[in-house]
Design a protein around this ligand. Structure first.
Ligand SMILES: NC(=O)c1ccc[n+]([C@@H]2O[C@H](COP(=O)([O-])OP(=O)(O)OC[C@H]3O[C@@H](n4cnc5c(N)ncnc54)[C@H](OP(=O)(O)O)[C@@H]3O)[C@@H](O)[C@H]2O)c1
Length: 347
């Protein structure tokens, strides 16, 4: 027990579960956790991606356990949590990342497809949170990080199922947070709202668009998102983090002028989500089965937009360093005031 308490206060040896760990933001997050020597439970369906993620975690200095899991199945998620604890001990943190989507006008999405997106992208987060709380509440200790999206505050066209699910993640998490506060619990839950990120989703999500889907610029690299997740994990008292100036602009714009944004997105939201490159309507998709499973390939953390993606976010750098920035501003203010006082006293 004493050993666990000591271990939890150090980042090395932290036991962390990451869902959606085989690709994209989850994969980049797992790599950063490996660098701090964490013990990481890697959940997703695709075994090729999971194995490659585990190799990266170990190479970086951490320990990894791959558990092929479909997050839309609560029993499988709960069993995965058991396996992580059997191998590494009590789970300190749970990071919900796994998702899927359909890029299409709402009228072109079938009911079973809409349900599948909801079951993975919304209920997958609910089930991950349930499995984590089942273990964290009795210990009165633990952190849950939800990887959210600016689109969970401001919906856009061609992503109705996804936007609905991301709004729902915010809703249930807010409710849960009030319950934890009511109970005086030390378990923390926080959400990291992401901007557009260069991940494999644009190459493997089911699409009925004529052109290759793209994240709406500005595009950030998955490592920027992963640094946001890690910061939230280390500072989980805050309700939400916003990563990227575009996330700040989107969420703030929605608060000020939502109807104006409706018209702006109606005009620009179709073209801004597609490149000029045509794609076939039969493009393989990861909605029902993983593309990085047997016979598939590892897609990695990055998507196909490396040439356009930013490796840093000055906005989030300022969030991470806000104490130093505030301290610096106070020190500069104190210096200016003392200089002003000295000059006026000398007059
Ligand atoms: N990329 C962006 O522009 C962006 C922007 C804002 C927010 N986000 C958020 O970031 C998170 C990750 O997005 P991403 O772009 O990194 O996605 P991604 O590249 O498509 O990766 C999705 C991950 O989820 C896993 N997954 C999919 N279906 C699953 C299922 N049924 N069960 C278990 N795992 C499943 C995938 O692995 P398998 O297929 O192998 O299972 C993969 O590891 C999502 O929550 C998304 O909402 C992304």
């Amino acid at each position: 027990m004493a050993f666990n308490l000591i271990r939890r206060r150090t980042k090395s040896g932290q036991v962390v579960v990451v869902t959606g760990a085989s690709a994209g933001i989850g994969r980049a997050t797992a790599q950063l956790l490996g660098q701090r020597g964490a013990h990481v439970g890697l959940l997703a369906r695709g075994e090729k991606g999971l194995e490659a993620a585990a190799a990266e975690v170990k190479e970086a200095g951490g320990e990894a356990l791959t558990i092929p899991t479909d997050v839309s199945d609560y029993g499988a998620v709960d069993e995965a949590a058991n396996r992580v604890e059997e191998r590494f001990g009590p789970i300190d943190a749970w990071i919900n990342v796994a998702f899927t989507s359909v890029f299409a006008p709402f009228a072109q999405i079938e009911p079973d497809e809409f349900r599948r997106v909801t079951e993975v992208t919304y209920l997958g987060f609910v089930y991950g949170t349930m499995a984590a709380l089942k273990r964290m509440l009795p210990r009165d200790s633990g952190v849950i990080v939800q990887v959210g999206s600016a689109l969970g505050n401001r919906a856009i066209p061609l992503q109705s199922a996804y936007c609905g699910a991301k709004h729902a993640v915010n809703g249930f998490t807010e409710s849960l947070r009030t319950e934890l506060l009511h109970d005086g619990s030390k378990v923390r839950v926080t959400v990291v709202q992401m901007p557009a990120v260069n991940t494999p989703q644009f190459s493997w999500v089911l699409s009925r668009l004529g052109k290759h889907p793209q994240p709406v610029p500005p595009i950030y690299q998955p490592e920027v998102a992963a640094r946001g997740v890690i910061h939230a994990l280390d500072h989980p008292r805050r309700k939400q983090y916003w990563v990227g100036a575009s996330t700040v602009a989107t969420i703030s714009g929605q608060r000020v002028a939502p109807a104006l944004l409706d018209r702006y997105l109606a005009r620009n939201g179709y073209s801004s989500q597609q490149t000029d490159q045509p794609i076939s309507s039969g493009r393989p998709a990861n909605l029902w089965e993983p593309l990085d499973g047997p016979g598939g390939r590892d897609f990695g953390a990055h998507g196909v937009f490396d040439d356009q993606a930013h490796g840093h976010s000055p906005q989030f750098w300022a969030v991470r360093h806000r104490l130093s920035l505030v301290g610096g501003a106070l020190a500069a203010g104190a210096l200016a005031a003392s200089d002003w006082g000295r000059r006026h006293l000398q007059q």
